[in-house]
Write a new protein. Structure first.
Lengths: 200, 200, 200, 200
DNA sequence: CAGTAACCGAGACGGTACGTCGAGTCTTACA
DNA sequence: TGTAAGACTCGACGTACCGTCTCGGTTACTG
């Protein structure tokens, strides 16, 4: 155990105020107009305290967004209809439209991920892995009732779903019901014709 | 006509030097560590000259990357084997690995797209549309020979392919032959089981 | 000649605004509470512009004070009465009292001189030498009329006058008429008694 | 009596370690680059402990320097030759040269005195008064044997000696034997010529 | 073919934000 | 209860770039 260090202990209240202020700034201005000085002022915190917790702007963004927002939308319920479940989950993940807070935070996270490879690793571990786990469980359940093929490539499925939504959000296109329906349909039925290589 | 203005005409050499310096900087440092002053110095050009051509950093990046790099990889040849053609195209688009110049430029473009909605619009128009056109032609050819279903949702296909690769690149994962094979297989065969909703 | 450099030429107006703001700050707050950020704001100037002209805080202070203030008091008129001339000059140099602007600027210059040896060199060259020259002329005139011994050690005279006033100002004691009278009397008559070593 | 309080008593060892560390820092870096954090670390002491003893940086410097250094040189022995005694004392006070520890501490004290009027008061009380007392005794002795005039202005003598040496040290000039000889000669003989106002 | 208007490089300008240092205060665990 | 340790808010540092504005100087159309 190592909790018994001398000196004042770190203020969890400051940490939370920083994360909240960060999310507000991200939604309002986006990643690269983000200013740590404004965040510090808004959170009522010294700049040094931000640096004590987070080594860089991108690390702060990763932490602030991954914990405060994206993880909320990551549960994938089982209603018996796997297509409907996926559709619902995709639309919740993307948020209401290109101007929604969700969309702004996804764009900010993407920019942070693009900038910094440690953030990329964190994103991989905190989002992709979690989503994959949830999706794998849901697909397994679907296999039991014959809705899903037993050899479905889970990783490719996860990344194509997340990546596609990400692309829509980055290019500011709406993640509409029509688009999601097409995507799910594509996912389940494929585009293979009569002459395509047969299922193994 | 407006070419008959008095005064010195703009230097095409300067413009090209700027774009080249921009790409070098992007590959080396990424989007948000990009410095117009360094670009100007590297290109042997005054800062004002950059601003004469491009109104903002993101516009410069959009121009520099979209024309100089991404468009190179956008042709989609027809060898008769549509799966192989798509596989080849996807891997060429992503570049050799997460440290390749291609990957760095894709990340930079993603960050620029995330930041600036006019860049997003330009990306949509210059990449998505072009890819969609090329892919639509290839899919149509595939339909003729029975490799592709006649009702394949082209937009969803395009965006799921581009988005998936983008996601791999952003999270610094390799776009390996195995992954691409899984992705193409998913695309053609779907994951639907015996009890999934029948094809329309 | 080398005045024909490319680029915008430096703004003399900025330079003067900086010096004026510096003097105001020095009088109001003193040397080590001096803030370049406040000076820049008061002068309506970017911080970088200050650094472009002056390499350090102490250099700025030296320049600002030596040119803007101390040199004003350095002329030593000749009314025929050398004691009165010196008395008048000493009191003018010190300013009205320990709270006067002159006193504040002398204290600031002393602190800057104590901190930085290049400022010390500048002080030596810009104040000591000038004062010595003026005083030497006045003493020479005094010698002509028999008011001053021909072998008076000019350097020691200069530095003891300036140093004594400096000491009074640093310790916040008034440079009163009584004190100055004593000092001048000491200077002219010495403290030697009947048994002191005879004049050479 | 107050030694019988509960709790740990204040550590005299800490206080001395603080003063020693302060002197080391002053000699090495000068007054305004002085850092209480470095002093605390060097003394193996918490910052709060310093603040418990000294209310401000300048108070610490005053205490540290006035007690630890300057007072060492303040005794003014009587060998019978008052000129030699003064010469010796002046050179000891100034230290070996502009780079000596003594010179550095004198500069630091001057800066602290310039900054803070409570330090100025303390300096006045702890240095000037003591020196004046010692010098008055020596001069009185000199008067007895006819080496010094009976009406010598002691305050002016003290401050002109201390101030002159201070000026030499601030401007980084050596307090050489030649200079001191000139100064003492000036002090005893004055510069008055045959036509100067007669001694009162 | 001389003017002149728009370009060019260079670089200083007023600003904003950076990441670091230190001041002086507050809060722990320990002695 | 005093102390070393160290986190806290706050303010300033010196640097890097931003986007704009001037410089002296170079084209290349136009009258």
């Amino acid at each position: 155990m190592e909790t018994a260090r001398p000196g004042r202990s770190r203020s969890e209240a400051s940490r939370l105020a920083i994360l909240e202020a960060t999310r507000d700034e991200l939604v309002e201005r986006g990643y690269d107009k983000l200013s740590l000085e404004r965040i510090a002022a808004a959170a009522g915190v010294g700049k040094q305290t931000i640096y004590r917790w987070y080594p860089s702007k991108s690390a702060l963004v990763a932490e602030g967004v991954l914990h405060g927002h994206l993880m909320d939308h990551i549960d994938l319920p089982d209603t018996g209809d796997i297509r409907a479940d996926l559709t619902h989950w995709l639309m919740a993940f993307a948020g209401a439209g290109p101007e929604s807070d969700s969309a702004a935070l996804i764009r900010a996270t993407s920019a942070a991920t693009a900038e910094d490879e440690t953030v990329a690793a964190r994103y991989e571990e905190q989002v992709t892995v979690v989503v994959r786990t949830a999706l794998r469980a849901r697909l397994t359940a679907g296999m039991e009732v014959g809705q899903v093929r037993r050899d479905a490539p889970v990783t490719a499925v996860v990344e194509s779903l997340v990546g596609t939504v990400l692309f829509r959000v980055l290019t500011r296109q709406p993640v509409s019901a029509e688009f999601v329906a097409d995507l799910v349909s594509l996912l389940f039925s494929g585009i293979g014709g009569s002459d395509s290589t047969p299922r193994v």
